[in-house]
Write a protein that binds this ligand. Structure first.
Ligand code: GLN
Length: 247
């Protein structure tokens, strides 16, 4: 009887290992978590997740000799996903902050950005300074757990703040007049202004740096930093910049 139990246990364990899937630090596939809807960094084009971060990760994967698989989820689910090992690395225009550093490890910065104020095209909202947003007559939309949301919580608490899982719902609500303002990263505000009936009326200088993020203590960090450095020093980087940021 005992023998059977041991055998069953072994079989279950082996099957578990074979079918575990998900992220594996030493396997060939690098599972990248992102949140599409943050154009030009990650967005859907004909159903496929594409963008600056995706191409960057493909180039990094090539340097590391690992195939890249992309998993799309809500932005506020990414940190937990990397902590539990569902994904290996976050590539989502994620700002390096002290609070996040307590939960994940960040690579060196690969991009610098500010926040910005986006309104509907033709809106009569005009601000002298960002602090004017702290007014109960404004309905401000932000994406959950982003630095834009943190900024609004801290600086515009008197406004009516609506939080969304995805920017796509946020921009739809702006167009449908359910909110008046969105506070979000400037490069993405510029992309919305180009592709949707929206305009950017102010930059909020927050001087944020984007990094890739991994599980705390992960051996991947050094490898990613080395690969990121190589890519940033190569022509691929200039091509990425001109593909996604030329106007
Ligand atoms: N850079 C912002 C942050 O890290 C927004 C990122 C995003 O929405 N993808 O909070």
């Amino acid at each position: 009887m005992k023998k059977y139990i041991v055998l069953m246990l072994l079989l279950t364990l082996t099957a578990g290992m074979l079918f575990a899937g998900g992220a594996q630090e030493d396997g060939s596939k690098l599972v990248v978590g992102t949140s599409a809807g943050f154009r030009p960094f990650e967005y859907r084009d004909k159903g496929e997740v594409v963008g600056f971060d995706i191409d960057l990760m493909k180039a990094i994967g090539e340097e590391m000799g690992r195939e890249v698989e992309v998993q799309d989820m809500d932005f506020d689910a990414l940190i937990e996903a990397v902590r539990t090992g569902t994904i290996d690395v976050i590539a989502a225009g994620m700002t390096i902050t002290d609070e996040r550093k307590e939960r994940v490890d960040f690579t060196e910065a690969y991009f610098v950005a500010d926040q910005a104020v986006l309104v509907r095209e033709g809106s009569d909202i005009s601000l002298d300074e960002a602090a004017d947003l702290n007014n109960s007559s404004y309905r401000i939309g932000v994406q959950n757990d982003t630095t834009g949301a943190f900024w609004v919580d801290e600086n515009a608490a008197d406004a009516e703040i609506k939080k969304y899982g995805k920017y796509i719902e946020c921009i739809q609500d702006l167009e449908n007049r359910n909110i008046d303002v969105i506070v979000l990263d400037k490069p993405v505000a510029e992309a919305f202004a180009q592709n949707r009936p929206a305009e950017m009326i102010m930059v909020i200088p927050t001087d944020e740096s984007y990094g890739l993020a991994v599980k705390k203590g992960s051996a991947l960090l050094d490898e990613l930093n080395a690969a990121l450095k190589k890519v940033m020093e190569s022509e691929t980087w200039d091509e990425l910049m001109s593909t996604y940021f030329s106007t």
